[in-house]
Design a protein around this ligand. Structure first.
Ligand code: GLY
Ligand code: MN
Ligand code: MN
Length: 479
């Protein structure tokens, strides 16, 4: 074996540096077919992304706008968590490339020139494609810059040239922070936190009203989620205890087969676990006679997610007490859904649902002698309703979360918004203020609503909600 003369001939696999021979390095450099495509079609989202960029451009004339996709997060050493780009980058480009950056430079006409800075194909000459553990030989072929120009419909440049480009730019800069430390370092001292916060708010607010592409994608996310819930009902049918992890894995299989992933960690909460709002440990089991609260959503390949909850009787039939609690939540959800329409206040559906829950709690005597109006005004019901009644939904499960209060929580519903309506009642197992038989019961019902010109459309109507329909649906799926 010849002694290696170049430092570049190193195998960086597993973070260990192992020298390779010049002969092998030369051998790996040549003999590869040209696989470049010249006839790729634009991605379906490309035209929508261009419109979204035009809207952003109009909001920030004369300013340099920088939106990174972000980098892969290290899990340990040289292994990483699955990469997901920043939602704003995906929204403005339709692209999902790691390490990418969208740059919008102000032009002479008062608009912007958008460029995607991307990792190009691995360079065979310097060996990156096989000597780097994350070169194309290991991680898979990437599109070339020219191919990406065809797919994304915007100019693409090598991301390694970006620091120089940013270093030379003049004028005000707006940067989406928190995703790419390298880009932040390149803009150090140029972008201010105040301007960047305003930028983040503007991006969040742009995403409040969904376009046609987004609505179609959310519709698909909801349909696939319905199928995932059906899969879970089938695995509950054995009559034996079903591990919460099996329920989680069953739904995850559907999410991976039809989509990209789950949009958030699935909550597979059986029995008293249902009273823990973020039960994602999923290490228990669902036994016949108990309720299973399943809160899960498929994220599509375009990264839009559903967010759905059903509370199911594991054995197929609600007990009278389970049904009583379920019917209270169902009535609250019906009142909430009825309040979703354009022009209504965002808070209206929350108030409508919470009011119904408070009345049921009063009827069960949970406020003692205190009249329901007084208990409601004091917020005493919240001991058992715990959470808000919903949130915006889209690329993120809690979408548009940086929008100003006056645009969101204190704002008005508009056609094209998509939101969840998800009232619940949660009686902790150790809550001595409720009758013993209620303790350990948790019920939530959550659907995804599109605000339409006429009122709303329930995108998750494919899943039964009324308790009779839930029982009939489960019986049908169990065969
Ligand atoms: N699954 C999170 C939520 O319902 O908001
Ligand atoms: Mn949910
Ligand atoms: Mn939700």
């Amino acid at each position: 074996m010849t002694t290696v003369q170049s430092d570049e001939n190193r195998d960086r696999k597993n973070g260990l540096y192992r020298r390779v021979s010049d002969e092998l390095a030369a051998h790996m450099r040549q003999g590869w077919a040209d696989t470049e495509h010249s006839d790729l079609r634009p991605a379906p989202q490309a035209a929508y992304a261009a419109r979204r960029r035009a809207e952003l451009s109009a909001r920030f004339p004369g300013e340099l706008l920088v939106i990174p996709a972000g980098n892969a997060k290290v899990r340990a050493n040289d292994t990483h968590y699955p990469f997901r780009p920043s939602s704003d980058y995906a929204y403005l480009t339709g692209d999902q490339s790691q390490d990418a950056v969208l740059v919008m430079e102000p032009d002479e006409d008062g608009g912007h020139r958008a460029t995607a800075y991307l990792r190009p194909r691995s360079d065979r000459d310097n060996g990156e494609f096989w000597l780097d553990y994350h070169g194309e030989l290991w991680d898979g072929r990437r599109n070339s810059l020219t191919e990406n120009e065809q797919v994304l419909g915007l100019p693409c440049r090598d991301v390694r040239t970006l620091p120089d480009r940013l270093g030379g730019a003049a004028g005000r800069v707006r940067l989406l922070r928190g995703y790419d430390a390298g880009v932040e370092a390149a803009l150090d001292g140029r972008a201010t936190t105040e301007h960047d916060d305003e930028f983040r708010v503007a991006l969040s607010e742009m995403r409040l009203v969904k376009d046609e592409f987004e609505i179609a994608d959310l519709r698909f996310a909801c349909e696939a989620t319905v199928r995932g819930f059906e899969d879970v009902v089938r695995v509950l049918a054995t009559g034996e205890p079903t591990p919460e992890r099996l329920i989680e894995g069953t739904f995850f299989t559907r999410a991976r087969v039809e989509g990209n992933d789950v949009g958030y960690a699935s909550i597979c909460a059986a029995g008293p676990h249902a009273t823990t709002l973020h039960w994602v440990r999923n290490d228990g089991e669902a036994r016949p006679g108990e309720l299973l609260l399943l809160d899960a959503g498929v994220e599509t390949r375009n990264l839009y997610t559903a967010d759905v909850t059903r509370t199911l009787p594991v054995g197929g039939r609600f007990s009278p007490l389970q049904r009583e609690v379920y019917e209270a939540v169902y009535a609250a959800q019906e009142a909430g859904i009825a309040a979703v329409r354009p022009g209504a206040g965002y808070r209206d559906f929350h108030e409508a649902a919470q009011r119904v829950l408070a009345e049921r709690l009063a009827a069960w005597g949970f406020f003692g002698d205190r009249p329901v109006d007084e208990a409601y005004a004091l917020g005493l019901h919240r001991r058992w309703t715990l959470a808000g009644t919903g949130h915006m939904l889209g690329l993120d499960v809690h979408d548009c979360s940086k929008a100003r209060t006056e645009m969101y929580v204190d704002g008005t519903l508009r056609a094209g918004m998509v939101l969840t309506v998800e009232p619940g009642l949660y009686f902790q197992a150790d809550d001595l203020t409720v009758p013993e038989e209620y303790r350990g019961i948790g019920v939530r019902v959550e659907d995804d609503l599109l605000v339409t010109e006429e009122g709303n459309e329930n995108l998750t109507a494919g899943l039964p909600r009324h308790p009779d329909e839930v029982e009939a649906w489960m019986a049908r799926l169990r065969g």
